[in-house]
Unconditional design. Structure first.
Length: 337
C-alpha cells in the first residue's frame, strides 16, 4: 500500500475516533436540562405487602407493599419544605418547643397532604397505618402484645415520672419501634391519615358513633394517640377523628409511598430528563422515544411531568413536556367519554 494511501487511512481513523469521542461526550457528559430527584427513601422503611390481620377485630386484608417514614415529619423537615415552596410555617405558640427533631404540629390534613405530595408521597390510609403499627404478627402494640413503660410517650410515661407531659423528639423511644423499624407509632402525636370516618377500624362507643353519623365524611381519621393518650387499658385509644381543618398541639403526621410508585419513578425520571436534550442526535435517539414511553404510562406520569414543566431549562424541553401532557390528557378524556 502506498505511503499516500496509508496517510489517508490514518487520517480517516483519527477523524472517526474523534467523531466517536465527541458523540460519547455529547451523549453522556452534557447535563440534563430537565430533571429532579426521585423520592428519598433513606429515612423510609419498607412495609412488606401481603394478607394481614388489621383493626381490633383482626380482619384479614390484602395490603400492597409500601414505604413509610421512619419518623414523624419533623420541624426541620417542614422548614426545608417551606424554604423550597414558600409555604408558611405552622402557627405555633411561643412556648412550644421548636427544635428541628421534634414532630411538626399545628398542621391540618390538607397542609400535611400538600407536604407529602411535594415529595411525591402521600398520607397513609387507615389500613396501611394499622398494618405498619402491628407488624406481621398483628400485635396489639408496635413492639408486641404487652405494654412496656417507657416504650412510648404516652400518659403512663409522664405520670410515672419518666416523661414531661409534652411532645418528645422523634425516635426517643428505641424499644418502642416496630419490627420494621418505624418509631413513635404509639403516643407522642396523633397522625393524620387519608381516610375518613367511614373507614374506621375500631369499634366506636355510642357517643363517637352518633358524632360520626352526624358529621359523616367531614371527619378525618387520626391514628396512634399522643402524649396525652393512654397506651394500654380500657381507656386506650389509638384511633380517633377530627375535622380535616383541625390543627392542634398534639397532631402531626408521617408519609408513605407505594413500592409500585417507587418503581414508576425509576422509569419516569430518566425519560423526563431526556426531554431536555437539544442536540439532534439525542433528540432523535433519546428525547423522541422518551415522549412515547411517557405517553404510554398515561395519567400516572402527569404529576411528574407537571413538576418538570416548572423547571424545564429550555423552550424546546418545555414544548416537549407540554406536548406529552396534552397527549395524555386528550387520551384520558377520550377513554372517559
Amino acid at each position: 500500500m502506498s505511503r499516500v494511501l496509508w496517510k489517508k487511512v490514518l487520517v480517516g481513523v483519527v477523524l472517526s475516533g474523534a467523531a466517536v469521542l465527541l458523540l460519547l461526550l455529547v451523549l453522556f457528559l452534557d447535563p440534563h436540562p430537565v430533571g429532579f430527584e426521585p423520592t428519598d427513601l433513606t429515612e423510609m422503611v419498607l412495609i412488606e405487602g401481603g394478607v394481614f390481620p388489621i383493626g381490633d377485630r383482626q380482619q384479614k386484608v390484602e395490603i400492597p407493599a409500601f414505604y413509610m417514614d421512619r419518623f414523624e415529619v419533623t420541624v426541620a423537615d417542614w422548614r426545608r419544605y417551606a424554604w423550597g415552596t414558600s409555604q408558611p410555617f405552622p402557627d405555633v405558640p411561643a412556648d412550644e418547643p421548636l427544635g428541628g427533631d421534634y414532630p411538626v404540629r399545628y398542621v391540618d390534613r390538607e397542609s400535611a397532604a400538600k407536604y407529602a405530595s411535594w415529595y411525591f408521597k402521600r398520607l397513609p390510609d387507615n389500613r396501611e397505618w394499622d398494618r405498619a403499627s402491628r407488624g406481621r404478627g398483628g400485635f396489639a402494640l408496635p413492639w408486641g402484645d404487652a405494654f412496656i413503660h417507657d416504650a412510648a410517650n404516652t400518659l403512663e410515661t409522664w405520670t410515672t415520672g419518666g416523661g414531661s407531659h409534652r411532645v418528645t423528639r422523634v425516635g426517643t423511644f428505641e424499644i418502642g419501634k416496630t419490627e420494621a423499624g418505624v418509631y413513635d407509632m404509639i403516643g407522642n402525636v396523633w397522625e393524620w391519615t387519608s381516610s375518613d370516618w367511614g373507614d374506621h377500624l375500631s369499634p366506636l362507643d355510642d357517643a363517637d358513633f352518633e358524632f360520626g353519623v352526624r358529621l359523616g365524611e367531614n371527619q378525618a381519621i387520626l391514628r396512634g394517640g399522643s402524649f396525652r393518650s393512654r397506651g394500654f387499658g380500657r381507656e386506650r385509644k389509638t384511633e380517633s377523628t377530627e375535622p380535616p381543618r383541625t390543627s392542634s398541639w398534639d397532631i402531626g403526621f408521617r408519609c408513605v409511598i407505594s413500592r409500585q410508585e417507587v418503581e414508576l419513578q425509576q422509569r419516569l425520571i430518566p425519560w423526563i430528563a431526556a426531554l431536555g436534550y437539544r442536540d439532534t442526535v439525542r433528540v432523535i435517539f433519546l428525547a423522541w422515544p422518551a415522549e412515547r414511553h411517557l405517553v404510554a404510562e398515561g395519567r400516572a406520569a402527569l404529576p411528574y411531568l407537571r413538576r418538570a414543566r416548572k423547571i424545564c431549562g429550555s423552550s424546546s424541553a418545555c414544548d416537549r413536556i407540554d406536548r406529552v401532557i396534552h397527549t395524555i390528557e386528550s387520551e384520558t378524556e377520550e377513554l372517559e367519554s
